[in-house]
Design a protein around this ligand. Structure first.
Ligand code: SF4
Length: 341
């Protein structure tokens, strides 16, 4: 991986360090941390359960596999601004074979269960792929597994490395999508929505399934038309039978993240609305607004994408009830439903 990165960045200076703290940027300079790439082995476990399954929130039973940390893009709402506030640089782990060996043990030990594995929690799944070529190492692993589905979650159009691989229906490329006006407000350095949808069209042609996260949903002038048009554009780009699921989630901020966002993006409209703390300590838009947005967007999704599973991420059973008229399915049931799509 180091050799590939050096070849693909011939004009970028490289140096070898004994201790990764030597490349730590000035504490608090998060933007600078995104402009350095550290290639280093990961010590310890690569796998963890998604943190949504805590404190009274309905959970979809996603397992996370961390193969990188931080992201070259800079979304105004990104929780990494707080989580990685010590400004360690953007890091790609050079020992993915250790992650796959750890995962293989879990999959073999629970052969009767279906797992959904995501790599897009502490990093964008594809942002570094043109440099690291990581997809060529992990897609074949999942293609050969019957009880695991890989979710590559991205806001890029960096899909070239996927196109020559055969995912054998075991890999879902998931795009986080927002109306273009919300992208302009908050998603700095990400691919445009037309570019993300064009990339989705290409991975479908290459044999991948696609998923979509309308998360976080951002209230802005014209949001309703924005989401309606976005869902229509999605339906135009991806056939319904290749769309594995759609999720919806609210803009959410821990208290520490609110402070970080205020200092990094003074005057951002992301914090201008009425937000209230939830049971998990995170601040979200006032519940009636969230429910209104979810219900309207649910209508667009069900009309344009009939039969595609739709779920809420990091929401309470009460909000599920108000949006769907029914409580959330148990985490095993929802997780199994998504993992076997
Ligand atoms: S693309 Fe994802 S990981 Fe990267 S800055 Fe945006 S929210 Fe954070």
């Amino acid at each position: 991986m180091v050799r590939r990165c050096r070849e693909r960045l011939p004009d970028v200076p490289f140096s070898v360090v004994d201790d990764r703290r030597e490349v730590q940027t000035v504490a608090g300079d998060f933007a600078a941390a995104k402009r350095r790439l550290l290639l280093a082995p990961h010590r310890g476990s690569f796998l963890e359960h998604c943190p949504a399954g805590t404190r009274g929130l309905a959970c979809c039973n996603l397992l996370l596999m961390n193969l990188a940390s931080n992201c070259p893009m800079d979304c105004g709402y990104c929780f990494l601004q707080e989580y990685l506030a010590d400004s360690l640089p953007l890091t790609a782990y050079v020992n993915p074979e250790a992650a796959l060996a750890e995962l293989a043990l879990v999959l073999d030990r629970h052969a009767e269960r279906h797992f959904r594995i995501g790599t897009g929690a502490l990093a964008d799944s594809l942002a570094l792929d043109p440099l690291t070529g990581l997809s060529a190492e992990i897609v074949p692993f999942f293609a050969a597994r019957r009880n695991a589905l890989l979710e590559l979650k991205t806001k890029t159009d960096a899909i070239e490395g996927l196109l020559a691989l055969d995912p054998k229906d075991r890999v879902v490329v998931a795009w986080s999508l927002s109306p273009p006006a919300a992208v302009a407000l908050a998603e700095h350095g990400t691919a445009s929505i037309p570019a993300r949808l064009a990339a989705a069209r290409r991975v479908v042609a290459a044999g991948y399934k696609v998923a979509v996260h309308l998360d976080p949903m951002i209230e802005h002038a014209g949001w309703e038309e924005g989401y309606r048009d976005l869902v229509a554009a999605l339906a135009n780009a991806v056939p319904v039978d290749r769309l594995a699921w759609v999720s919806m989630g609210a803009l959410r901020f821990s208290p520490g993240l609110r402070t970080r966002v205020r200092s990094r993006f003074p005057g951002t409209p992301l914090l201008a609305g009425e937000q209230v703390p939830g049971a998990d300590g995170k601040w979200r838009d006032f519940q009636p607004l969230r429910v209104d947005m979810y219900r309207r967007v649910r209508g667009f999704v069900e009309a344009a994408l009939p039969g595609v599973p739709l779920y809420l991420c990091m929401e309470t059973p009460e909000v599920w009830q108000r949006v769907f008229g029914a409580p959330p399915p148990g985490e095993q049931a929802l997780g199994a439903r998504l993992a076997t799509r």
